[in-house]
Structure formats: structure tokens, C-alpha cells
Design a binder for this molecule. Sequence first.
Ligand SMILES: Cc1cc2nc3c(=O)[nH]c(=O)nc-3n(C[C@H](O)[C@H](O)[C@H](O)COP(=O)(O)OP(=O)(O)OC[C@H]3O[C@@H](n4cnc5c(N)ncnc54)[C@H](O)[C@@H]3O)c2cc1C
Length: 502
Amino acid sequence: MEKKIVVIGAGIAGLSAGCYARMNGYEAEIYEAHSIPGGLCTSWKRGEYTIDGCLQWLTGSAPGNSFYRFWKELGAIHGRKMYNRDEFCRFSGTDGRTFIAYCNVYRLEQHMKEFSPDDAETTELFCRLVRKFTTFEAPLGKAFELYNFTDYARMMWKMLPYMKDLGFCTRTTIGDFARRFKDPFLREVFSMIIDSPDMSLFVLVSTMALLHIKAGGFPEGGSLAFARAIEQRFISLGGKVYYGKPVEKILVKDGITCGIQLENEEQISADYVISCADLHTTVYKMLDGKYIEPQYEVLFQTAKIYHSSVQVSFGVNMDLTAEPGCVADMTKLEMPILIGNEKMEWLWVHNYSFDETLAPKGKTVVLCLFPAGNFDYWEKLYTNKAAYKKEKERIANVVAGELERKYPGFISCTEVTDVLTPMTYVRYTGNYHGTYMTWIMTPDLLKRHRLVKKTLPGLRNFWLSGMWVQPPGGVPSGAKSSRDILQMICRQDNKKFRTSES
Ligand SMILES: Cc1cc2nc3c(=O)[nH]c(=O)nc-3n(C[C@H](O)[C@H](O)[C@H](O)COP(=O)(O)OP(=O)(O)OC[C@H]3O[C@@H](n4cnc5c(N)ncnc54)[C@H](O)[C@@H]3O)c2cc1C
């Protein structure tokens, strides 16, 4: 008889866990609180418009990146058109200068040198690093937890040509590198390309390398369509997914996990449980804080958590195909605007006109994203529903005013408006403080926490998967952590880990 794996959460990690469980002959059931799959990787309809809440770029959307193979196994990209943009982001200052982070590294280098000739040396170093990592395919096929001496030797051999640069990139933060630029504008915007100056430079370098080889595209149809494809793969493999089923407790007998209890008190038995839901909720609520992993405690106390966002989206009866369609079209504001209790100096615009499936012809979805700042502010505001609603309306008006300056006629063409706050992320996914990229791994933290534990001390047959155990997060971390966990379960059951492609 097949052993049964119960998965909590149908985000990308949960759906991936289900798929790999079925590929390896386990009975698999997923229990999801929400009514749809995807978790953070989602989109939703507002009138005729599809508003996307997640993917700006998909790591591994094409060959040349290690994640490509995973998406093929998960049936996520088969036959799906990927949009690769020429520009990753652009920054327009108040003095009329515009810096463009081109996806093509040669074009980027030329532009950076023209933009700031005094910074040629730093530009050359950065672009050389990007070029170097265009051929780097991280050895991700096997879980690091299962590595033996031969695996390590093989990995070292493969990584030998990259070691020196990799060491530099992982030791240096994006912010530290940005400070090398003499041009003050370049210095300011360079650390905004990936939006987190505390992350290691490798995150930026590897992303730019990914974009250069066109393996970081936007999947046509957006994030929910991407998640739905994995859900369908799971179902076609014989898995069962139950929506509207919030899990309340993880059941344990004599230190061994034996199932879950739903909020409606129904109990589901299992040989193994994989929680792909928020780590904080899993450890401190579903398991009542009885099994504490000291590493998590350290990380919660010492690591910064990636901020949540305020997302303001509009459906406009305007054709913006001639405007930049990059991930972040950033404009420095003449006057800062207040979002929540934070002053914003930059307006981040994402014009989705490149994907015709998201709006009717001649119409466009325009999205603005802001770092949400202090979570406590939003949590407190949310307790007063009228004040919370009023603040969302105020934000929508302020942002629309800025967009009117950028695209004259914008306000009169607006057909739908949609505002998300950190509380929206909490309400729909349960993630701690509404984050979607977990702990920020600074070079110092990376040194001490190369691997984040996927099990809890004193608890058998239980695993944690998803962005929290594979920082910095993103959809690839969901697929990778769940694939690794199935390898570990197969090892425990003396089975050879198998995969297939759809
Ligand atoms: C604005 C934005 C932009 C982003 N851009 C990108 C990008 O460009 N590229 C990229 O790779 N990533 C991006 N991400 C990040 C990415 O979406 C996440 O890191 C990733 O989707 C996390 O997947 P997960 O499965 O680990 O967690 P989640 O998506 O949080 O899934 C957890 C699931 O568990 C469910 N759940 C929670 N509690 C319970 C319970 N008690 N019972 C049952 N179910 C429960 C939730 O409803 C959810 O479905 C972005 C995210 C956002 C919000």
C-alpha cells in the first residue's frame, strides 16, 4: 500500500511537494485554506482586467538555468509564452537623467559608461561578474542535506572556475558595491535594482546574468495561470487538493507526526506531513511551540524580514504599449508621497501592456508597488476598518495623481482600482508580517546559516518546505525545497528518487 503524505498549503511549495510525492509513488493530499491554488503566486480579476500579485520574473523560464528542469517536471511552463524584456528597470531623476538597467549586459555596460564615464572601472567589474555567471548553473539536482563526499568533490570541481568571484559576490552586499560608484545618482539607484541593499551582491549579479540569457521571463497569463498549471500537473499525477480547508493542528503521537486537524475539527491521518504554510504559524500555532528549532529562533531575532508591500493597481482604458514595460519604471518624485506612515521618494510603475491576455485590446493594467514599512502600523490600522478603508482610498488617489502626471488623461481613463496592504497578504496567505521573501540573508548571516533546517528537533516524519526554509524566497525556492524533501523521504524509505516530465 502507498504511504500517505499530507501537504499543508497549495502555494508553489505545496503544489510542488504534491507533484514530487506522486512522482515517487506516495498517496498525496493537499489541504489549502484559500479557495484557489498559488498562495502568494497569484492574480485576480477586476472587471475586464487581470491584476497580477506576484511574478515580475521567473527564474528558469528557459534553458541555461538550473530551475528550468524543475518547471518542466512540474508542468509549469510547457507551451507557455515567456516575455523577455529589453529593460529590467529604469530610474528617472528630477534632473532629467535616466539610468536604464538593460537586460543585455553588453548594452548595460555601454550605457553605464556613457552615463558615468568616471565609474568605468566599477562598471567593468560589475559587468564582468554578470558575464561570468551567465554560464553558471548551480548544482541543485540533489538536496544538500544528502550530499556525500563525492557530491562535494564534484560540486567543488564544477564551481572551481567561479570560486574567486563567487566568494567576492557573497561577501559583498549590494549596498557596499553601490558605494563604489562616484556618480551620486548611480550610487543611489544601483542598490534599488533588486530593492534590497542588504542582500549579497550575488543576488543581483545572478539575476542580471539570468536576464541576459533570457531565462527570467514573465509567463504569459501571469502568476495564477502559472500556479494553476502546477495544480493541474498534480491532479493529472493522481493527487487530491482540497480548498477552503484551513489546517488548525498537526497531530503528533510519541514524537511522530500522524496527521492534521482542520479548523472544522476533521482529522486526516498521514504517514508524513509537509507544512508549506507560513513557518511561524506552523511552529508556534499548529505545533503549539512544542518543537522549537534554535536556528529559527536565532533568525527571527537577528535577521531582518523582507518588507511587505502596498500594491496599487489600475485598469485603464489607455494603450500604453509605447511606454516602457520593464519590471520597474521608477520616477523620482518632486514631492515625497505618504504611503501608510512612510514617505516615498520614488514611484514604481509596472506597465503590463506587453501581455495582451491581461486586459482587452487598447486597455492596460498599471501597477505601483511600495515598500510597506512598519508592519505594526498596518496591523493597528486594520483593527479600525473604517480608517483602514479610508487610508486605502487616500493612497489610491495620491498614486493616481502621480500617474496622471506620468500619463496625462490617466484618471479619466481609470476603470478599476485595487489596493493591497500587508494585511491583505496576511489575510490570504497567513505569512508572518505579510512578507513574501522571508529573512534577508546578509553575507554575515549566509556564512552562519548556509542551510535552513527543514525538520524540527524531536519530531519525526515532519518537514517544513517553502520560502522560509530556502531564503531569500521566490517561487524557485518553493519548488527546490519540496523536491529536496521528497528526496529525503525517499532516502528514509530506501527508495530511489524519481522525476518525470509532463
Ligand atoms: C509583489 C510580489 C512580487 C513577487 N515577485 C516575485 C518574482 O518576481 N519572482 C519570484 O520568484 N517570486 C516573487 N515573489 C515571491 C513569491 O511569490 C513567494 O516567495 C513564493 O510564492 C512563496 O511560495 P510558498 O509556497 O513558499 O509560500 P506561499 O505562497 O505563502 O504559500 C503558502 C500557502 O499555504 C496556505 N496556508 C497558510 N496557512 C494555512 C493553513 N493553516 N491551512 C492551510 N493552508 C494554509 C496559504 O493560503 C498559501 O496558499 C513575489 C511576491 C510578491 C507578493
